[in-house]
Write a protein that binds this ligand. Structure first.
Ligand code: GLA
Length: 388
């Protein structure tokens, strides 16, 4: 949708003109999966897909929320903004962010009429919810003049996800949405929140996202189970390394020395993934910096294998897409991206191999699963911003 169409839709919904328009993107993670809530490294980039938020002030002391995908308007009195709506109500995402401002001592006296529209494919693991959270946090920050920086806005989005959506996610998605930069990936230390922007302009190679169209069910509890299993592993490792702050601090060699302290076999596998993935992420970024894209691709494939075998967050759909991609000449690397259980893979593919990739991976996937996948050439875009 074009900006003027969104503005018209706002006028139609609220019978007045929008006063401001904001945008925040979805993300794709190149490598570093399920490391963020373990204090490890991630390497995501913001996409050109995202969520738009239009707003205008009202005089009725209410917040009104309308999504272009739903017919109804949800209206909430300003005095009720810290109370979540019933589980799974989409308004919990923006509402949870507004509640975070109030929790931080900001008083909200002004009502707003808000219209939302997004083009991140839903349920694809490309962080449509983070885009919605961050665009809300960005817009409120701008309107209320609270002066939070982008990292704080990401933390507001993450807190909203924990408290209003019930997912104990790490910081990666909201951070990428807030801090993204065109043609760069974000090498983020999720413990300290220090980050570097690394250029991802690849000569003759594209980042291709393949959508399983099998929902990633992030809120199904399997994600929170993984978080809990990592916490258990950490707790057991602390019996021999009391000062250990998080799993990601351990090198692979250090882990091997103390891994027998983890008595739970599932927790042990989860921890092994995390420690290996942090190493792979660091190695991958080093390789990219020296222009060694082949090593980067190999590490992507190893990441997928570890997520499949040790972290167990892939399944038939993601495995088929990745494994079919590996067979094709001109594919530098391919892996699942995001939380897993469905959603998307991310692949680095040589320009000349893209048509074959789409045809062969698409055909094999459809034969195996009965679902037609979708393919997008990723455009790496900027983070949250005001558009008008
Ligand atoms: C989801 C979460 C992120 C991160 C990834 C896995 O996208 O929201 O915080 O944990 O899964 O890397």
């Amino acid at each position: 949708m074009e900006l003027n169409e969104l503005e018209q839709a706002f006028e139609q919904a609220y019978k007045k003109a929008a006063e401001a328009v904001y945008f925040s993107p979805g993300r794709v993670n190149l490598i570093g999966e399920h490391t963020d809530y373990n204090g490890g490294y991630v390497f995501p980039c913001a996409l050109s897909f995202g969520t738009w938020l239009l707003l205008a002030r009202n005089t009725e002391k209410v917040m009104r929320f309308k999504s272009l995908n739903m017919p109804e308007v949800t209206e909430l009195a300003l005095s009720t903004l810290t109370t979540p709506l019933p589980a799974n109500h989409w308004v919990n995402y923006p509402l949870g962010c507004i509640a975070q401002f109030i929790k931080r001592g900001v008083s909200i006296e002004q009502g707003y009429d808000i219209l939302i529209w997004g083009n991140v494919p839903a349920g694809a693991g490309l962080s449509s919810s983070a885009a919605l959270e961050v665009v809300t946090a960005y817009a409120m920050n701008d309107q209320l003049g609270t002066g939070y920086d982008r990292t704080q806005l990401a933390l507001i989005g993450q807190a909203s996800e924990h408290e209003f959506a019930g997912v104990n996610c790490g910081i990666m998605d909201q951070f990428a949405s807030a801090q993204g930069k065109k043609d760069h990936a974000i090498f983020l230390n999720c413990d300290t929140l220090e980050f570097e922007l690394v250029p991802v302009k690849l000569e003759g190679i594209k980042v291709v996202i393949s959508n399983t169209h099998s929902p990633h069910k992030l809120d199904s509890g399997a994600y929170n189970d993984r978080v809990a299993q990592c916490q258990l592993a950490l707790k057991q490792l602390r019996t021999v390394r009391p000062e250990l702050k998080n799993l990601a601090e351990l090198t692979e060699a250090e882990f091997e020395q103390i891994e027998q302290a983890i008595t739970d076999p599932i927790a042990h596998k989860r921890a092994r993934h995390v420690v290996g993935e942090v190493q792979r992420t660091t190695d991958a970024v080093k390789a990219l910096r020296r222009g060694d894209i082949a090593t980067f691709g190999k590490l992507m494939c190893q990441s997928h294998v570890s997520l499949r075998d040790d972290y167990e967050v892939t399944g038939l759909h993601l495995d088929t897409l990745a494994e079919e991609a590996w067979k094709i000449e001109g594919v530098i690397g391919s892996r699942m991206t995001g939380g897993g259980f469905g959603g998307c893979t991310v692949s680095l593919v040589k320009d000349e191999a893209i048509p074959v990739f789409i045809e062969q991976v698409g055909k094999a996937y459809e034969e195996k699963t009965g679902i037609k996948p979708d393919f997008y050439i990723a455009e790496i875009g900027d983070g949250a911003r005001r558009i008008a």
